[in-house]
Design a protein around this ligand. Structure first.
Ligand code: NCD
Length: 323
């Protein structure tokens, strides 16, 4: 492993170390007193915005929420001027924007840390952290972990980030994509993921029932209708839907994840099943984000992240730099 890879792993370990302690209730409750987090969401959000807010409040900090609909943007103010303004009020900004590029524009002009809360169909790094944390909580093996991604693999930014973050662990993975119509990722994307990761194999299948008993993790996503140019959301979801009948065929230890919101990918009859961990993911989201805020505010990782080499050599890491 080269040095950047080592730093990456230590970064993950450090974040998960804090997350674990926060989840156990070990935390300095007012460590963020006097600090302000700004939520700047240019796309709808329930969990990401509110879990960042909860995380900051739990640590004694304050939160301001930018509302695009009542903002100067409605009077023609630019994105850049908006960002320059928000950073005068806060110590860090969580930015979600439908345009993939905006996070990078924001980073260029910002004096304070910017956390990527989702950039178009690009990435969602803190979601990937909480997804990986939840997987590691429940799947404890040194054998290859089989993950079946179900749904919109092409446009789900949570899947894109999770696939990349898997590469930062020492585990081996076998990946299956069970895609909705028009949601199959490009071959070049699949090859790139294979190149940067510890993923042994990637399969693309159409029928979720084939080998349903072999997967350790089912990671479901909704059809990203807002990202499809030619949106065809009216397809029959039955072949991909997680219902009790399918859950009964899963491996004893398998877990079902979903970044949420769901439409009808997982029936509510499954919610109380022991395999269902999507609301545990929501809970972990608060602890992971506390760890991210804590880390960024207290500069624990400055020596890791502020190197030229780091920024140039690995796109994933440069994105995580700006959580
Ligand atoms: C996801 C997102 O916004 O990318 N949700 C989330 O942040 N927890 C998933 C989605 O919108 O489908």
């Amino acid at each position: 492993m080269d040095s950047v890879d080592n730093l990456t792993k230590s970064n993950l370990n450090s974040i998960f170390h804090f997350t674990h302690n926060f989840k156990k209730g070990i935390m300095p409750s007012s460590c963020c007193s006097g600090k302000v987090l700004c939520n700047a969401f240019f796309e709808p959000s329930t969990r990401t915005s509110m879990s960042f807010e909860t995380a900051m409040l739990q640590m004694g900090g304050s939160v301001i929420n930018f509302d695009v609909n009542t903002s100067g943007i409605k009077k023609g103010e630019t994105f850049e001027d908006t960002l320059k303004t928000l950073q005068e009020f806060s110590d860090m900004i969580v930015l979600r924007h439908p345009e993939k590029q905006k996070i990078f524009d924001a980073i260029k002009i910002s004096k304070i840390p910017i956390i990527n809360g989702g950039n178009g169909d690009g990435e969602h790094p803190t979601q990937a952290l909480l997804d990986l944390y939840t997987i590691q909580e429940y799947i404890n093996t040194n054998k290859t972990i089989h993950i079946c991604f179900v749904g919109d693999i092409k446009y789900s930014r949570t899947i894109h980030s999770l696939l990349k973050i898997l590469a930062l662990t020492e585990q081996f993975y076998e990946i299956t994509f069970c895609c909705y119509p028009d949601c199959v990722p490009d071959l070049s994307y699949v090859n790139e993921i294979k190149r940067i990761s510890t993923i042994k194999e990637i399969h693309v299948i159409e029928n979720i029932d084939i080998n349903i008993e072999k997967y350790d993790v089912f990671y479901c996503t909704r059809y990203q209708s807002e990202r499809h140019k030619d949106c065809k959301s009216d397809f029959d979801i039955a072949p991909w839907q997680i219902n009790q009948n399918r859950v009964n065929k899963m491996k004893q230890t398998a877990i079902i994840l979903h970044p949420l919101p769901r439409n009808n990918e997982i029936l509510t009859e499954v919610d109380n099943d022991r395999h269902a961990k999507y609301f545990e993911q929501v809970k972990n989201g608060v602890y992971v984000r506390m760890a991210v805020i804590y880390t960024l505010l207290f500069k624990e990782l400055d020596n890791i992240f502020c190197t030229e080499e780091y920024n140039c050599r690995n796109q994933l890491l440069s994105e995580i730099h700006y959580w």
